[in-house]
Design a protein around this ligand. Sequence first.
Ligand code: SF4
Ligand code: MG
Length: 317
Amino acid sequence: QLSLGERIAGALGGAVETRAVRAVQDVSLQLARGEVLGLVGESGCGKSTLGRMIAGILPPTTGSVTIDGAPVMSGGRHPRKRTTRVQMIFQDPYASLDPRMRIGDALAEGPVAHRLSARADAAAYVAAWLRKVGLDPDAAQRYPHQFSGGQRQRIAIARALAMRPDVLVCDEPVASLDVSIQAQVLNLFLELRRALSLTMVFISHHLGVVRHVSDRVAIMYLGGIVEIGPAASIYDDPQHPYTRALLASVPQLALQGDVVATFTPIAGELPSPLAPPPGCPFHQRCPLAEPRCRDQVPEMRPVGPQHAAACHVLQPG
Ligand code: SF4
Ligand code: MG
């Protein structure tokens, strides 16, 4: 079980102002082993920051992330070294692969250092992981630039999984790929999660992308989760006005690669995280906003089985 403590706040230095931005605040999440959680929101909502905190790359200023009770990295001034139990996959696989290193060496490095494979067996260990992600084991002899974007993402996935993580955090893993390749890589995630019972946090700005890989989906807005529930409830019975707007705003990407164009942009601009609005963070853009939304922060409340949302106008249950 992966748990995020009661109050997680990630402080990031603002690029323009010196004041720190609370990129993520008051997030509380639990993830069961074998579960895939989709984390969705517009760019700047804090989903990457939350992903990095889950992976132990970025320490929270307060709060904690634990796996089976053990901290991934504790908050405070002296965070511990990050765990290898969480591995992360990024949007740009090229940036995370050393261009001068053969794929085989890049994939063997971590598992040998952490005794998941003996050095003598490393080539066979790497070959097995390359096969699992649909690549020819000959790929081990080559360098990152000799592969396409989709192949490089497969390599990044193999390298992360070869560390036998308890949790895999994927931050926009298909966003930089062509639509047809996106579908192939999403299908690979589906196959791998079935074969390996992966526990994953799957981050995307695109609701259509996480639909088929996620058991549950959490919707983020301005650093907080505004709705969370089983994927079927989020897609078929969304409750929060922001989730509804988000669903109406994106072309739906089917796994087969069909794109159904239904584009209705969400009214208004995303407020600056440097000056978050008082009350409900969505009130300036919300078609249902009431006077109390301007000064009262809505709490997360149950709106259905395992389904919760933070909105004043929703009826509990
Ligand atoms: Fe809209 Fe008010 Fe609900 Fe916020 S609390 S989403 S402003 S109705
Ligand atoms: Mg991001």
